[in-house]
Design a protein around this ligand. Sequence first.
Ligand SMILES: NC(=O)c1ccc[n+]([C@@H]2O[C@H](COP(=O)([O-])OP(=O)(O)OC[C@H]3O[C@@H](n4cnc5c(N)ncnc54)[C@H](O)[C@@H]3O)[C@@H](O)[C@H]2O)c1
Length: 436
Amino acid sequence: MHIAMIGTGYVGLVSGACFADFGHQVTCVDKDADKIAALRHGEIPIFEPGLEALVATNVAASRLDFTTDLAGPVAEADAVFIAVGTPSRRGDGHADLSYVYAAAREIAAAVRGFTVVVTKSTVPVGTGDEVERLIFEANPSADVVVASNPEFLREGAAIRDFKFPDRIVIGTSDERGRKALGDIYRPLSLNQAPLMFTARRTAELIKYAANAFLATKITFINEIADLSEKVGADIQEVARGIGLDNRIGTKFLHAGPGYGGSCFPKDTRALVKIAEDHDTPLRIVESVVTVNDNRKRAMARKVAQALGGNLRNKTIAVLGLAFKPDTDDMREAPSIPLITGLRDMGAKVRAFDPASMKEARRELPDIAYCDDVYACAEGADALVIVTEWVQFRALDLPRLKRIMKQPVMVDLRNVYRPDEMAELGFAYSSIGRDRA
Ligand SMILES: NC(=O)c1ccc[n+]([C@@H]2O[C@H](COP(=O)([O-])OP(=O)(O)OC[C@H]3O[C@@H](n4cnc5c(N)ncnc54)[C@H](O)[C@@H]3O)[C@@H](O)[C@H]2O)c1
């Protein structure tokens, strides 16, 4: 099938490359001319394991190409996916749908013949109705079905998630739309991935409900971690003890500095707004948003506590800046409010991240960036682990102790064991395992 992917970011590029790998003919479109030029030279604008090779193979097989011109590929397409950004709208937290609607208008002017227009971006309930209205307003004779197909991939494991999904949600009641999307995803249903057909609005809500639930799970274990510290329990064991119950499950029960990233923060905020607009406040999700926002900055106070409360002129080495390992994405990363908080308290900050330092420089221009862990730690008053990159799981601890000004580690991901760190002579604090 011919597919046009509008928006070539994390979701558009991964989805486009995977669809091409299934054998479809895919054109990825983006307004960002630099991004398209780079892709045409084989340069991948994001850090995502396996993506470069997947793109190269499919470009070489002439199944995947890149352009800034939307009209050509849309005219030829059987299906057009909208995968543009839906960031938080400045000021009120609603999802900003201006990119989605702009894409819909452009698509309306370009479609030829029967075409399924599919929203892959995460969008509030009812957005599909508005996309449909805009298309028929601009082009009343268009032969178009508008469907919702939310994406559940995770950055860092995006290709695997796309090719082996837990489920594929297809939201349309139109038979032609269902058939077209069923055909597009057929290679996956051979892998036994459940294809779930629903109404469009239901599909739109599934995506927000899923992200809000996962954000709630993380926030729940974070609060239980704070209580663990107060009562002298170990959060790692509490999490395992509850997670082994199949009804709860072990995933998303890792206590840490609060969730970040391009999805959970903006999607929880948007869901709160959607619910308010429908006069059905979601109190649990509202609390999750507030608790998580406060937590990120509280991490700076935790570091201060580890150094006796005063950070003035102290040097803090921060390991990990991206919101999670295996990505360079800095959107709403916990490292940002943490580092801002440290600097507000008078600390000097140095940082190292294996992939995100280029991105980080835009958000955090006033800190020092180091070439590796040990350059970062040299002479530091404290070392803070913020992102649990695999590179930080087996640090040379005796060496760190030798080169740091004092052996203080604040491990916000519980990578190390308190007893071992104490034996090595570190003043070590972590999440939900410190005795108050
Ligand atoms: N990043 C994730 O892990 C993830 C996972 C699931 C769902 N989502 C959702 O998918 C959507 C896209 O997210 P992303 O992280 O890929 O965003 P992104 O910001 O990385 O990419 C969006 C791209 O769309 C382009 N664009 C905007 N308007 C355009 C237009 N009219 N025509 C062509 N290109 C246009 C931008 O230039 C940008 O390159 C969002 O709604 C997000 O919530 C993201």
